[in-house]
Ligand binder design. Structure first.
Ligand code: GRF
Length: 189
């Protein structure tokens, strides 16, 4: 059995898709949901699905390595960042070499980096009159959105599309591909 931890701090719509995708899988299991926000909706989803949760705080995350003990306790093999905004510290990157991925709602290397998340991304894409956007799944390193790219998928942008329209189309791609790419990476490793 391979155990995934999902790190998420928002609504958790991606996390929910991942949980549903692996629900009946006997080889891959979502074993833990980690969040830095005690009120994040993703935690309700975890509770509804009887998945253990871990709330982390900034001081412990950056000034200790205690999360490694938690990840070991749940025998975590792989980490999926799904709407987790904190930079991942070096000790955690080292502990999960090529075993931690993030999804970004644009076609990296464009529209990435600190502050480029959620609506900020789609607004910038729209402002620049891009004709397409999409998703990037990439390995995580110590820099925002800079790890090696694993997979991208695109969606067209019509001249009349608003940032909200773009966000909706990108989210559809995320929901479809994130669980499937995770499955293929976990089946190969
Ligand atoms: C997604 O757009 C993802 O690309 C980004 O954060 C958002 C999370 O959305 N990293 P949700 O919480 O899964 O709905």
């Amino acid at each position: 059995m391979k155990n995934i931890a999902i790190f998420a701090s928002g609504t958790g719509s991606n996390a929910k898709k991942i949980v549903a995708h692996f629900r009946d899988n006997t080889a891959i299991n979502v074993a833990l949901i980690v969040s830095n926000k005690p009120t994040a909706k993703v935690l309700d989803m975890a509770n509804d699905n009887n998945i253990p949760t871990l709330i982390i705080n900034r001081a412990d995350f950056y000034k200790s390595t205690s999360i490694l003990d938690d990840l070991e306790k749940y025998q975590i093999d792989f980490i999926a960042l799904a709407g987790f905004l904190w930079l991942i510290p070096a000790y955690l990157v080292k502990a999960f070499p090529n075993k931690m991925i993030n999804i970004h709602p644009a076609l990296l290397p464009k529209y990435g980096g600190k502050g480029m998340y959620g609506h900020h991304v789609h607004k910038a894409v729209c402002k620049n009159k891009e004709t397409e956007s999409g998703i990037t799944l990439h390995y995580v390193n110590e820099h925002y959105d800079e790890g090696n790219i694993i997979f991208q998928a695109t969606c067209p942008i019509a001249p009349t599309d608003t940032p909200t329209d773009i966000a909706g189309n990108v989210l559809k791609l995320e929901h479809y591909y994130f669980p499937r790419i995770l499955q293929s990476l976990l089946s190969d490793s």
